[in-house]
Design a protein around this ligand. Structure first.
Ligand SMILES: [Zn+2]
Length: 455
């Protein structure tokens, strides 16, 4: 399908271009950007003049099959996954990086959206997370999810290399490794040793895959950088000193800060997002009830977080860690470290359908709106090694989103999305798309059950 997008302001993934232009979409790609307006052309048009055209947003850190309950025992819900797919696209997110999911499920969903771009965002997948035996996230995952292959324990360099090869054989795009010495509940955790991390990275690189590291503290960053990982998937909860910032910069790797998922757990409970339609309308009634249980428990639990992933952690400490994570983001930005957008959704009040919350948190931390938009387009695409998107330029994927012009100054304006184009088509998911997403879920879960851990 051919489509012309008329614009007088577009952000190309790096910078703003003003003045009349026509972005010509042909065969799912951006075929040309012509200055001026089209003449006597029969091609279908989107008139985005007076607004702002962005590349389709890229969310580098999601868990697309997760619903958003606070309880670790949350069951996978087909209805919520369909809502995640539609909600992400409706919010302008045309590509997501899934950072932890069973491999057969990730494959089924990835194939589904590749064939039906109006059904959901394109998926880049890591499959199961590599970690130390009894390491994060095995400290809180329920046994059923462990059996579904969400995490692969590696106790030696050999096991690490084997696990990386297993992820590659399962057809995953990247390898995710968790390196976490202290749990969210502030307890010491077994973490992969430097030789194990190194073996994972060496094998993944030999096989042409990147290694993306879940890391949260100084010790985590140290092991990750020493091993040569390709990205750090969280901002640090501990202050980064000048040397560590320089090491991140010298490694030339991006950081995906994920501020909102932590901030919103406290803020959302205090402000009762469970009763806020902007959030509550995005999830199923079962998840809304989980939010209400969490917010009620939070109100009654004094200075400690109620039971859950971070249960028992002191609220004052958690809030300080969130403040530090935001300050670290600014230190990294100032040092020239590339920043990539990702919000770890759906978990709690952080939703794939609301990229605006993480972007607004990044702007509140001290990034400019333009830096936030860069992180959500070219920055996240670079982290996921997808140079064919995150930019408006000839030859790139025809993924575009039209938003208020003011978003160039205030990313909170991304709350309102006017038009989304995915793979060259205006997005309006149909009942058939929904049914196919549900079918892909069922296929992926069945294969997970049949093929076991990694498939
Ligand atoms: Zn995550």
């Amino acid at each position: 399908m051919d489509l012309d997008v008329l614009t007088d302001a577009f952000f190309d993934g790096t910078r703003l271009h003003e003045g009349r232009a026509t972005i010509r979409l042909r065969g799912g790609r951006i075929a040309a950007i012509d200055r001026g307006e089209p003449v006597d052309d029969q091609t279908a048009r989107v008139d985005a003049r007076g607004q702002l055209v962005l590349p389709g947003l890229v969310n580098a850190h999601v868990h697309i099959a997760r619903g958003g309950m606070f309880e670790p025992t949350e069951p996978i819900g087909v209805r919520q996954v369909i809502a995640n797919f539609e909600g992400a696209l409706a919010a302008g997110v045309t590509t997501v990086g899934d950072m932890g999911c069973s491999a057969p499920l990730a494959r089924a969903l990835r194939a589904h959206v590749a064939a039906h771009p109006a059904a959901g965002p394109q998926l880049v997948a890591c499959g199961p997370v590599l970690t130390a035996p009894r390491g994060y996230p095995l400290d809180w995952l329920p046994p059923l999810l462990v059996r579904l292959g969400v995490a692969l324990p590696c106790g030696s360099p050999d096991e690490g290399a084997r696990a990386a090869a297993q992820v590659a054989r399962a057809g995953m795009d990247h390898v995710k490794i968790a390196i976490m010495h202290t749990s969210y509940a502030n307890r010491p955790l077994p973490a992969v040793s430097p030789p194990v991390a190194r073996a994972v990275v060496d094998e993944a690189h030999r096989l042409g895959l990147r290694v993306l590291a879940h890391a949260h503290g100084i010790a985590d960053y140290d092991v990750a950088l020493g091993a040569g990982v390709d990205a750090l998937m969280h901002s640090s909860f501990e202050p980064l000193d000048r040397d560590l910032v320089a090491r991140v910069r010298d490694a030339g790797i991006p950081v995906c800060p994920t501020l909102w998922v932590f901030e919103s757990a406290c803020l959302g409970a205090e402000l009762r997002f469970d009763g806020e339609p902007r959030f509550a309308s995005r999830v199923t009634p079962a998840i809304r009830r989980s939010w209400t249980r969490f917010a009620d428990a939070y109100a009654a639990s004094g200075d400690v977080l109620p039971p859950g992933i971070a249960g028992g952690a002191e609220k004052t400490r958690v809030k300080e860690a969130i403040r530090v994570a935001a300050a670290n983001l600014v230190l990294l930005r100032d040092a020239g470290v590339p920043i990539a957008f990702g919000n770890d959704a759906n978990y709690g009040f952080s939703l794939v359908a609301r990229p605006v919350d993480e972007l607004a948190a990044m702007q509140r931390a001290g990034l400019s709106a333009e830096e936030c938009l860069r992180a959500a387009t070219s920055g996240a695409a670079a982290l996921l090694a997808r140079p064919d998107r995150g930019a408006i330029a000839e030859g790139k994927r025809a993924d575009l989103v039209v938003v208020d012009r003011e978003a160039m100054k205030d990313v909170a304006r991304l709350e309102r999305v006017r038009e989304v184009i995915a793979g060259g088509r205006r997005v309006s998911p149909t009942r058939a798309d929904r049914a196919r997403t549900g079918a892909a879920m069922v296929r992926g879960l069945a294969r997970t059950a049949l093929e076991g851990l990694v498939g």
